[in-house]
Ligand binder design. Sequence first.
Ligand SMILES: [Zn+2]
Length: 471
Amino acid sequence: MRQFSSLAAVMVAVSAVATSAQAAEPPGWPAFRAMLQEMVETDTSYASGDCTALAHKTAARMKAAGFPAENLHVFVPEGSPKSGNLVAVLPGRDLKAKAVLMLGHHDVVNAFREDWTRDPYVLVEENGEFYGRGVSDMKAQNAIFADNMVRYHAEGLKPRRTIKLALTCGEEPSGFVNGAAWLAQNQRELIDAGIAVTEGGGGDLDDQGRKLAVTVMAAEKATTNFTLEVTGPGGHSSKPRPENPIIILSDALVKLGALPFPAEFNAFSRSYFEAVAPRVDAETGAAMRKVLVDPADTAAMAIVDRSMSRRAMIRTTCIPTLIDGGHASNAQPQRVRATVNCRLLPGQSVASVRAAMEKAIADPRVKFSAPPAPTSPRPAISTLTPQMVDPIVAVAAKVFPGVPVTPMQETFGTDSTRLIVAGIPTFGFSALFRGDDAGNIHGLNEHVSVQAVVDGREFLYRLVKVYAEQR
Ligand SMILES: [Zn+2]
């Protein structure tokens, strides 16, 4: 934990120099907004979209804004024509210094127009929010990254370290090829960096929209899917058998819904709770302090658990996400399957999670899929260094004065692990403030506030410049 001691000291010293950034339109906003709009309005979901199309569009837009064409590279993995990736390079002046890499995924989770209130593939600005598939995960950050490159080039910036951008496909599970892994394998030199920043963390807002903390992703979760299956002989629906697979599986899923994985703190969730407890309402703050001392305090935990994010930050979670069963409306089901998606805290084994689920369900008629391959030969914990964190603390003092900075345990996984295993130190920091639902990413009516994007853009513009001058 030594690497956080300097962070703790600086957190206390955060100055309160007020800025009046909100008053005027930020520099270059129309060009940035057009970039974001094009990204959102180019469907990059696996069901109906195309990453390659967006990689080419973004490259063309950067080129039209003056970015040298020879430093823009589109890579399309063989055999997967829609899995295109874009890499851009702004050369530094010190050829021996390792680069800074901005990594974003430009694919998005499927969004079906009939489910949404607004068209998911139109950037809608309404009541101070941007809506659209990907605005929060993670096209606003990608647009900020690409816009940074254009602005730095237009300014004639000659940074010490080379600054790189990689916008990749296939981070979300789908049939796309994972671009971060592909680049690490096939273009390792081109994306090589001494420090890489991607999604995760950012900032937490309370339900009044007040800033609680600037958060830096120090650890993520591993993901694994189980399939639960019940089969039966079926038969005419007019002569129901006593055992119906759909009912058996439903009972099992209800038990799973009530299965509490125990709360467990690690250094990062602990730091987050300590930073945020003094800044939330008194009841929640007191509960957060109590569970830090005693995670078995059920009354306090019930209050903490009102927040989806905090509840998930300190636990492994498993929920059913897909269900498929039956073969005719007038037949008893012969087979029903549920996909159960688990998000594992670092260090938790797939076997122990499976055992907990089997024990809770306690029904041999419910068959679990063969143990899935362990999800974590991938490391779930990056090594946050002062080189990564100190500049965030310094920029936060200017852009979000008075708001503490803390490392945190993320509730999901990112592509950072793909680069970490390839030897590129990577961590998550979006600079975007969001509420408890994180903009309902992966869900309906995904959103992010316009102000969060304005501030996050200012933050990342400054931050990457600082990284680029580091020794
Ligand atoms: Zn994402």
